[in-house]
Design a protein around this ligand. Sequence first.
Ligand SMILES: [Zn+2]
Length: 809
Amino acid sequence: MESSFELLKSEAETRRQIIACPLRYTLRLSLSIDTFSGYVIIDFITRKVSDNLWIDYAGDSIRIMRINTTQITPKRKGNKLYLGRLNPGTHKLHIEFSSSYSTNGTGLHKFVDPYDDKLYIYSYMCPYYANKVFPCFDQPDLKGTFSISIDAKSEYIVISNEEIESQENIDSQYKRVFFKPTPPMSTYILAILCGDYEGEDDIFSRSSISCFIRRREIMEWLDVGYELYSKFFGIDMPFSKCSQVFCPEFNMGAMENAGCVTINDSHVWKEKPVKSEYNWLQNTILHELCHMWFGNYVTLRWWDDLWLNESFATYFSYFASSKSINPEAWAGFFVNKVKAYSMDCLSSTHPVHVEVADTQEAITNLDYITYWKGASLLKNLAFIIGEEAFSQGLKRYFSNYSWLNVELADFVNSMQSPLLKKWVLEWVETKGLNSLELDINISDTKITQCQVHQGIVSGNILRTHCLLIEGLNDEGTVFKEKVTISPQETTELSDLIGKTNVKGIIVNSEDHGYIQVILDPMSMEFFFQAGNIKTLSTLNRALAWQSLWNRVEDLKMKGSEFIKYVTQLLEYEEDEHIIDLISGYSHTILSDYCPLSLLPEYSHMLFESIMLKLQSTPENKCLQRKIFSVAYTDNDIIKAFEYSLNLGRSEKWKGIMLFSKISSYETIKDMLNEELKYDRNDMSILLTNYCESAAYDNKKNTWEVIVNKTGQSMIQVEYLMKAFWETKNLEFRSEYYQKYFDVLPNIIANFDREYAENFLKYMLPKDDDLDKLIASLRQVDIQHIWVMRFVEDTIAVLEKNKKHLLNFA
Ligand SMILES: [Zn+2]
């Protein structure tokens, strides 16, 4: 709506026509405790006369602005600083500026560790926040070289994209650090960090958690990535280093700044992590490293091609991990991929490659479609054309576009495969999801007839699917066939006819396809009713559970039946990926598909089965945690809380958080103070916020803090928001239901997007009357793409939930 605070694609195109690349930036930043200031000198060339060229700046103030020795008075509109009339030729722009740090994780974020009062500053520039820090041409295809120097307190560590070239003392308290010039790069991957960081082996974190950093493992994973990526892409690591810095209050999982990755430090564990956490870190390290090639070296021209960054980095991190570190990596991949399936069912889903009108929409597309669907499509592409051809194509891509900007067609041309154009059109440029259901006849244990029916789950086309079909019996695999399914409603699978002794079939074995498989009745009986699922490989078990889940999604099976299978088969399951997957499905059923009247019975059933399983595997941390997400009755909540007291710190916190949902503020206050006394770190403060907000009699205070946005950082308020509606006592609900819709327009108009988006999402009221909630949402009339998308998706989900509530038992 407010385009003057965003960058439009059309504006970026206009500016690219005028300015030639690469630009040369000389940037000096002086970082004081409360504010920062500095100057930037930009040497650039314009190709034609321009009257309206502007530079982006969202910081506080401009002190001096000079172009080619002429001082100009800054004419500022929104984020735009206009440069006046420029003739073609070389120009030198000099701007002095000053600004304050942010508390929402964008631009330059400042954090003071409550544990020891040490200070940390870090940058987050993607996609359009570099201009919050200094004036720049903040679009990915205006690459420049950056000579950065930073003035900071002498005792601070200062880190940036390049290695330090030299440093000198300014006075007894401050030093000036000069970094080597960078290669040509986009503004969104700039990195500026300064503070009491501690580090060795180029891996840094704040001081209070430094001893928990898993340096040895991180270095091993980086080595694996360096070797595999260099070989597969045909080019060595393009940057001179790749520092890893763990940052507090980080908005995203991590950010791939060139030569200086920043990682959310909530992923530094003080205790033994569960498998999903550990794998998350491993894949994140490999993902961000992969961006040094995909994104930082060869860069998208505009955010339409976000997938050229994210889909590739996601796919290759699992590819690298599966080759040499984690043989079960693809099972972990699958647990995330199912979230893309869910998102792809929503009406607001989008193609992997999609027109992006402005930088606001670019942020909205940092989602499961761009990351996980895109990565799944690449897994399928590698399966279709073979790894070697894939590698050859990518080698051409990197050699043709070294340090340049690219778009979809450049990738297609580099692959030089006759299949690519059709594949891109069908999969990358067209949104939606298909389903497959096997129709099979078996006579005397022999397959006599076999077809597969393709349907449309979302979007409007049928597609060509290339995947593996695996037949199994009690002894294991009977056959594995690579098949191509035509873009039509029914495809005969004649290659399978005549196969004998088959009792169950995994369509999409090894998970090469992107498809919603609906389990056929024969396989359902063999895998689930007869319990043979326990004999399958981890990935096949995941696929079998997913195709059973799709029967629920397709209203072919009741939610209550699914819960019964989980309670019966959990006994045989040890793998954390599968436990995560099926408890995720169960959680959706209990929270969205189960009528309130039946919720105590079914959540208790699950609670009991997990407790029972824990008797034989008491150390299984993953299962321990599931207790806290299924406990619903007051009795189970108290049981779970008492159980948590004998577990590790994180589980104990989960117990307290759960208990706070049925407690008054007075009941939990002392408990929280005890915890803070024991370990006053930022995470304890966040969790304290959560518990205080959940307490049923503390809504008024919490609401005031949230809507007045006073004094706390964004993430601290986020924890208040996340707990607000979690309270079991429902009396407060009607009052705040209306308040939410009343204040929403004001919050969105006046607060920064990050804050407003959290409010929109986390403070959305809970109400059992879904029609009422849908009607209220339909009244929301706010023309921001991210608001409209959220409203549209939420309505779609609520409409779907209504059908499932009727189909539960
Ligand atoms: Zn990424």
